[in-house]
Design a binder for this molecule. Structure first.
Ligand SMILES: NC(=O)c1ccc[n+]([C@@H]2O[C@H](COP(=O)([O-])OP(=O)(O)OC[C@H]3O[C@@H](n4cnc5c(N)ncnc54)[C@H](O)[C@@H]3O)[C@@H](O)[C@H]2O)c1
Length: 380
């Protein structure tokens, strides 16, 4: 049985020497994964003495078809009726449409929105968060600046002046929502104790979390695999079969590792064998939304745009792979690396309809320099 509030306060004061639990969590974001993250976290905060029971969840306010506000509906039903219907989040999850209010008491912030919104959110949070706040990003994607890529965790650290870990893994949200077993990887920079606290917050019997000291490696795995998932979806949409799909996944994994190591020399090979690496790649290429929309794109012969298909198939959820492919392409073209990364390059050119979907397996002429980067295999 979960301890009472008084028991928790007593246990907390015994373990940290001050009254009341020292850590208070806010989830910044409330889409599909954001809602599942809130559910996981809330199931632990009620049990563990170091955390306040209540988990605030910032909601980007929307009006539902029945005219009701999403945040109100979440608080009334304890379900995110738009992004995760049918799943109880836990009574201790409180939806809050006011961003500043949602974060003002927290000292652990979980960022989980589509990556294109993070900079705007951080801008609104400058000067509004408590000192010594720790953050973790569950966001897949990056920002591309002229000087190079800026990972989302770095963007959060730079804009808010706080340390930011990352959590990535083979984590299709709807499966974790119904408590099917899966694993995840936390990437941390220096402070192992902070990583352990995050692991404690997320870990459940059906969601196992490990930690590695490689923020960029973990984050790049989570980000780049969405580009490979587009390639896998194209292969599915052309009914090319399992061998072709496996080949595309293998080539994609090699390009993921090669690009990550070129961008950050600190990235470790072993990270690619964690849940955030090969496991996330497999699940995303078998079942994720990027694969699904790319399959539809190929079945339509590339005639309907990704934007169009995203709106039709995902109903408000966001596709990351297409924008990440563009961001990766900008990095590759800026550095003259396109020929070393034929899969990444081709995915972007297909997404912008410069090449047909079938080009995903037509590399021959483009790959003369493919072996320049260690780990990027030639195709023929
Ligand atoms: N869904 C998954 O299975 C899954 C798994 C792992 C990681 N992720 C990652 O988690 C992150 C969040 O994805 P998600 O699945 O929770 O979201 P989602 O795609 O299900 O929902 C989109 C969210 O964006 C919000 N939004 C729309 N416009 C906005 C704006 N202008 N400003 C701020 N927010 C706005 C919506 O309210 C909604 O909460 C992404 O980076 C995604 O790659 C998702």
């Amino acid at each position: 049985m979960a301890p009472s509030i008084e028991e928790k306060a007593e246990m907390a004061s015994a373990c940290n020497g001050i009254g009341g639990p020292p850590y208070r969590v806010t989830v910044v974001g409330s889409g599909n994964w954001g809602s599942v993250a809130a559910k996981l976290i809330a199931s632990n905060t009620v049990k563990l003495p170091v955390f306040h029971d209540e988990v605030r969840m910032w909601v980007f306010e929307e009006t539902l078809p029945n005219g009701e506000k999403l945040s109100k509906a979440i608080n009334q039903t304890n379900e995110n009726v738009k992004y995760l219907s049918g799943i109880k989040l836990g009574k201790n999850v409180i939806a809050d449409p006011d961003l500043e209010n949602a974060v003002k008491e927290a000292n652990m912030l979980v960022f989980v929105t589509p990556h294109q919104f993070v900079a705007g959110i951080c801008k609104r949070l400058v000067g509004k968060i408590k000192p010594n706040t720790e953050a973790i990003s569950l966001i897949k994607g990056m920002e591309v600046k002229t000087e190079g890529p800026c990972m989302i965790s770095k963007l959060i650290t730079d804009m808010l002046g706080i340390n930011c870990c990352v959590l990535m893994g083979a984590n299709i949200a709807n499966e974790i929502a119904v408590e099917k077993f899966s694993e995840a990887t936390i990437g941390y920079r220096q402070d192992k104790e902070v990583a352990q606290r995050w692991a404690q917050l997320f870990c459940t019997p059906y969601f196992l979390v490990s930690a590695v000291q490689d923020v960029e490696g973990v984050e790049l795995c989570g980000t780049l695999k969405n580009v490979v998932a587009i390639a896998a979806g194209l292969v599915d949409g052309m009914d090319m079969g399992n061998n072709t799909k496996a080949a595309v996944m293998r080539i994609g994994l090699r390009e993921m590792r090669a690009l990550s190591k070129l961008l950050f020399s600190s990235v470790k090979d072993s990270t690619f064998f964690e849940s955030c690496g090969v496991a996330d790649l497999i699940t995303t290429c078998l079942g994720g939304r990027n694969r699904r929309v790319a399959e539809a794109f190929a079945r339509n012969g590339g005639k309907r745009s990704f934007d169009d298909l995203e709106a039709e198939l995902l109903q408000g959820q966001k596709l990351q792979g297409v924008s990440t492919a563009k961001e990766v392409y900008e990095i590759l073209s800026h550095r003259g690396w396109q020929s070393m990364f034929p899969l990444f390059t081709t995915v972007h050119e297909i997404c912008i309809r410069q090449l047909p979907p079938s080009a995903i397996v037509e590399y021959k002429e483009q790959i003369t320099n493919a072996t320049v980067v260690e780990g990027v295999a030639p195709y023929c």
